[in-house]
Ligand binder design. Structure first.
Ligand code: F6P
Length: 559
């Protein structure tokens, strides 16, 4: 395993001293034994039969989210051992370190302060001599003024027309959060304003996005933390050319382009007026940035008041995570359960199944949050881990999933822990729709947990030949999260719940959950390869497979 050279890491400000290996900790060893002798034989139907209050006992509630984790392969003893492990790994100290602004992102020497983005204006948090809350509030105030102007028509396009369309140009953390939130909170949006998202550098994405847009009524928000991401700058250039072509004047750009970035210099070079820029800071990771200025499109869509409600939801969960005992701490419980299945049962994926059309983009959002954070192979000290780290997170709208991949969840050969997410009240009520929707969520969690054995199948009159095919083994773990209603507040607390669950997992695995070196190599190679695709005279020095693919592409592209 290659270690990063110490000079690149510049570690003096915050270093992680050598830690006892995770697998040597007494709580880890106790969990291994607990798994080997007890837990791997657990059957959910027996656990429920042994304790008729299990479904009321193995629950936790905070910030508007009721978490029922009783359908997991755990007992109170398991939970105690898991929390012992969390304590032995110093989870509470690491939470404090994060909230305080210590440079816990060691490989980039950065603080990790997305929690400061949602702290109330009345608080102070001084990091490196600066009150970061004051900085956050300053930007929020500017965003609010701008969002209000766009929403009430005071901010017009170059020809004086009202803005009716907002295009967010960005990728990864500069796209997924705003897109997920726009979908989730559509009900709270302004009907005469629609948002569009352009992330892919496929020209089709650009053409399809602008095809029916009236340039005079379109505002582009170029979102890029670094302002060096090729996909985003290429799309922003194309959007700019399109706008100038449509409106006939270079001067039009000023009223139709704003930027969100930590790199004001680069954004100015691109041509965005510094007055039309909204900043944020290197202590906000891309995948943790939806509550920073990256949320400008969200704020324009739902308005500043709802945006502040969303921040309050995030903050409520932040405070819960920081202060609640681990045994009652939702993110700690969720995170430790993921550790339990990943490291002791060998589960390699985790399904996220929202029973809400509005949350259809949540799984995509969580994929970046979880896998870019915890898809790591070395510890904070740079040693190879000797245990699994992040599972693959995936999922879809629950109901749609039922008619596609749930077959595998019920009768496939892998253990895939599931997170069910549902709401007691619909945002839009329509006859019996909501009851039918939620009946399915409850039924699926029940079916996964308790299944249907061969005897019952036969009793139902199924033939011997068919019986094995109709058996549901059950014992498949799941969490059920029940929330009163999908609101900006509850969306905030739900996303913060996952952020901190990811943090908890990262602390146990002793990895840096806030860097993403793994995305670099592909980017570097793509730059070189792009030159070779654009200029057929460029020599090819790849492996024989890549060379042959490029030659075939060149031939077909020029044909
Ligand atoms: O390539 C991955 C990544 O660096 C993500 O971490 C980030 O969210 C995304 O690219 C976009 O980066 P930027 O906001 O700097 O354009």
């Amino acid at each position: 395993m290659t270690k990063l050279p110490a000079a690149d890491l510049q570690l003096p400000l915050f270093t992680y001293s050598q830690r006892e290996s995770l697998t040597e900790k007494s709580a880890w060893i106790a969990l291994q034994e607990h798994h080997q002798y007890y837990a791997r034989h657990y059957r959910l139907e027996r656990l429920f039969a042994a304790d008729d209050k299990r479904g009321e006992n193995l629950v936790a509630e905070a910030a508007g989210i009721y978490l029922d984790y009783s359908k997991n392969l755990v007992t109170t003893e398991t939970m105690t051992l898991l929390m012992d492990l969390a304590r032995q790994c110093g989870l509470q100290d690491r939470i404090e370190a994060m909230f305080r602004g210590d440079r816990i992102n060691a490989t980039e020497q950065r603080s990790v302060l997305h929690t400061a983005l949602r702290m109330p204006a009345s608080q102070r948090l001084v990091v490196d001599g600066e009150d970061v809350i004051a900085q956050v509030q300053q930007v929020l105030t500017r965003m609010e003024a701008f969002a209000d102007q766009v929403r009430n028509g005071e901010w017009t396009g170059h020809t004086g027309r009202r803005i009716r369309h907002v295009v967010n140009i960005g990728i990864g953390g500069s796209d997924l959060g705003p897109m997920m939130a726009y979908e989730a909170l559509r009900h709270y949006g302004q009907p005469d304003l629609s948002l569009h998202f352009l992330s892919d550098v496929d020209g089709a994405a650009m053409l399809e996005t602008v095809r029916d847009l009236p340039a005079e009524e379109t505002l582009f928000i170029v979102c890029s933390k670094t302002f060096t991401t090729l996909e985003t700058t290429t799309n922003a250039q194309a959007a700019r050319q399109w706008l100038v072509r449509q409106l006939g004047e270079e001067a039009a750009v000023a009223r139709h382009f704003v930027g969100v970035t930590t790199n004001i210099e680069e954004a100015s070079r691109f041509g965005i007026d510094p007055q039309n820029m909204f900043g944020f800071w290197d202590w906000v990771g891309g995948r943790y940035s939806m509550t920073s200025a990256i949320g400008l499109s969200t704020m324009i869509a739902i308005g500043p008041v709802h945006f502040r409600e969303m921040l309050a939801g995030f903050h409520a969960m932040d405070e819960h995570f920081r202060t609640a005992p681990l045994e009652e701490n939702l993110p700690a419980i969720l995170g430790m359960l993921t550790v339990w299945y990943t490291n002791f049962f060998g589960a390699s994926s985790q399904a996220v199944l929202p029973y809400s059309q509005y949350l259809k983009r949540l799984p995509a959002y969580l994929q970046q949050l979880t896998m870019e954070s915890n898809g790591k192979q070395v510890t904070l000290q740079g040693d190879a881990v000797d245990y699994q780290t992040s599972p693959v997170y995936w999922g879809d709208n629950g109901i749609n999933g039922q008619h596609s991949f749930y077959q595998l969840l019920h009768q496939g050969t892998q253990m895939i822990p599931c997170d069910f997410i549902g709401f007691c009240q619909p945002v839009e009520s329509l006859g019996q729709h909501h009851a039918l929707l939620m009946a399915n969520m409850f039924a699926q969690a029940e079916a996964l947990a308790f299944g249907k054995n061969a005897q019952r199948v036969r009793e139902e009159g199924t033939s011997e030949a068919l019986a094995p095919h109709r058996v549901f083994p059950g014992n498949r773990p799941s969490n059920s999260m029940l929330v009163e209603k999908l609101t900006p507040f509850s969306l905030g607390s739900l996303v913060a719940l996952y952020e901190h669950s990811v943090f908890t997992q990262g602390v146990i695995w002793n990895i840096d959950s806030f860097d993403q070196w793994g995305v670099e190599l592909g980017k570097q190679l793509a730059k070189r390869t792009a030159r070779q695709l654009l200029d057929p005279a460029e020599p090819l020095h790849h492996d024989s497979s890549t060379n042959a693919l490029i030659r075939r592409y060149r031939n077909a592209a020029s044909a």
